[in-house]
Design a protein around this ligand. Structure first.
Ligand code: K2U
Ligand code: ZN
Length: 173
């Protein structure tokens, strides 16, 4: 297992649409383990494979609090199969967009179908923070960032800030 580098905007990799997993082999299990180790080290409560530079449809989530036993969820080819009409707001952040937080509105409840680490197809009803997190992560698999749900003005400010920082870092090399 290894802690991998988390890609930050404006890396174009984050806009990639990730490809489905065809076979759940040892390589997939190893990648999921690296993703969990990377997420715990960040720290975060979710991570998509594209955030460590692997555009494959893999997500890990763990909502357990610091003083609780870890409760990792490994999701292969996750997809939302039902979403409530009821909406919920949550102040989101993103490990690929450090120190930026803003309110995003999403369906309050979703039903997600995915393949688990054992290769079985499961469906899970999600609400609360799990519903928010899983939608945030599935967005990553489609090359969508939480700032894409904000106003053009707000999104533009964030992209401009990180693009300028990336240019200055390159010039300093
Ligand atoms: O995908 C990511 O960047 C991981 C996010 C997942 C997340 C974003 C918004 C709302 C819920 C989950 C990181 O875990 S951001 C850090 C964080 C930690 C606790 C609660 C919210 C955000
Ligand atoms: Zn994110």
């Amino acid at each position: 297992m290894a802690v991998r580098e988390i890609i930050k905007i404006p890396d174009p990799m984050l806009k990639t649409v990730s490809k489905p997993i065809e076979r759940v082999g040892d390589d997939v299990h190893a990648l999921l383990d690296d993703m969990l180790q990377t997420m715990y080290a960040a720290p975060g409560i979710g991570l998509a494979a594209v955030q460590i530079g692997v555009p494959r449809r893999l997500v890990v989530i763990d909502l357990a609090k610091e003083d609780e036993e870890p409760q990792p969820i490994r999701l292969i080819n996750p997809q939302v199969v039902w979403a409530s009409d009821e909406l919920a707001e949550y102040e989101e952040g993103c490990l690929s967009i450090p120190e930026v937080y803003d309110t995003v509105t999403r369906p309050a409840e979703v039903k997600v179908r995915y393949v688990d680490a054992g290769g079985d197809t499961v469906e899970r009803h999600c609400d609360g923070l799990l519903a928010t997190c899983i939608q945030h992560e599935i967005d990553h698999l489609d090359g969508i960032l939480f700032i894409d749900h904000l106003s053009r003005l707000k999104r533009g400010r964030v992209v401009k800030k990180f693009t300028k920082a990336a240019r200055q870092a390159k010039e300093a090399m």
